[in-house]
Design a protein around this ligand. Sequence first.
Ligand code: AMP
Ligand code: GLY
Length: 428
Amino acid sequence: MKILVVGSGGREHAIAQAFSRSDNATLYSVMANKNPGIFHLASKALISMETDIPRIVGFAKDVGAEYAFIGPEAPLEAGIVDDLERAGIACVGPDRAAARLETDKGFCREMMDRHHISGCPRYRICHSVDDAIAFIKDYDGDLAIKPIGLTGGKGVRIMGEQIDRTGALAYVKQLGGNVVLEERLVGEEFTLQAFVDGTRLVPMPLVQDHKRAFEGDIGPNTGGMGSYSMPDHMLPFVTPSDYAKALEIMRSIVAMMGRIGHPYKGILYGQFMNTAEGPKVIEFNARFGDPEAMDVLSLLVSDLTDIVTGITDGSLSSSCVTFDDAATVCKYIVPEGYPDAPNAGDPVTIGKTNGALLYYANVEDREGQLFTQTSRTLAFVGIGKTLKEAEKSAENAAISVNGRVRHRRDIGTSELLARRCDHMRDLR
Ligand code: AMP
Ligand code: GLY
């Protein structure tokens, strides 16, 4: 099977690595930056903007790709799946219309509302500064302020956390009034990712991501500093009933997309806030999470090519999806100053990683010497029978890295997990 993987981050390295475990896959890559891990696995790679659709379709046809796996959201928004499918290439990823679940936050909320899908916070879609200001002034409580389009997870501001009411008014003005204003949800976040074939959905292990730059969840939002998952594929602050509700919400979304004539296939990513009243939807993404892809794909026992066939021909079944019953901890190494003023162009060297998996991200390989770029550099995934073992493995690998880089030491530690559980207990 000839497969084109689009994207150049840690997520796409994990996707490429999972394919490379199959006897059945020949890999090709299109990436904006030359990811050394993906480059090594691919038979041929094109370095190109990931939204240059005609160029990507041309490359896919030249190499004879039969399938494409789309990693990031930007090409989905640009309609890559529509064009690849027109060229006869089957895709893991929704077409442009179905990708609106992620690319248009207003669409997502309106659809949840109209189709009575539970877990939708109170919200207001605004298209003018006056409307947004009037709503904020009238609203009794805190709000999340979200630009309507894609922002790489960095455009959301939370009242009561990052800004006050005056800051909120200034922020909506800065955004020209094109915002979704949402009830601020309080709780613990978790990620539920699933493979979807248009009608059926097969869930993956739950993961918790860490958006904030610094230990103790402080500092600016990032693309994600790391994540973890547990051996039972659940999280200790998510009850079986919370899980069942979250899964039901995801199934309702897939059913709704079918009903409105935009069947959803690919990876559906649900980001939930587990609140005192159960799981509420923060957002849906039309792709794997980064870092969350690295946790789940490192555990995938099944052949990813079988899953791809199931997704693209509508025959997906849970019997072709098995994950190892182990814990994972993923830690991203990022340049000092990331995300606000990242220190790019510095050499980094990796020491002894002792069994932790290494995924490259935004890093340049110049004749065997690695250099940081402006985004997340590389990630380690530790796998263990327990979370503790997995954390130790990832942390030991992370501290072996030399250079002007940093990582979050607290991800996956028992202290952090205990804090999450206490927080949930207090809320309930
Ligand atoms: P997003 O770009 O939608 O993933 O949001 C980035 C981060 O903002 C999320 O990971 C949450 O921590 C936070 N967030 C988004 N929406 C809300 C909300 N309605 N209430 C509280 N926090 C939120
Ligand atoms: N980890 C969050 C995201 O990929 O959007």
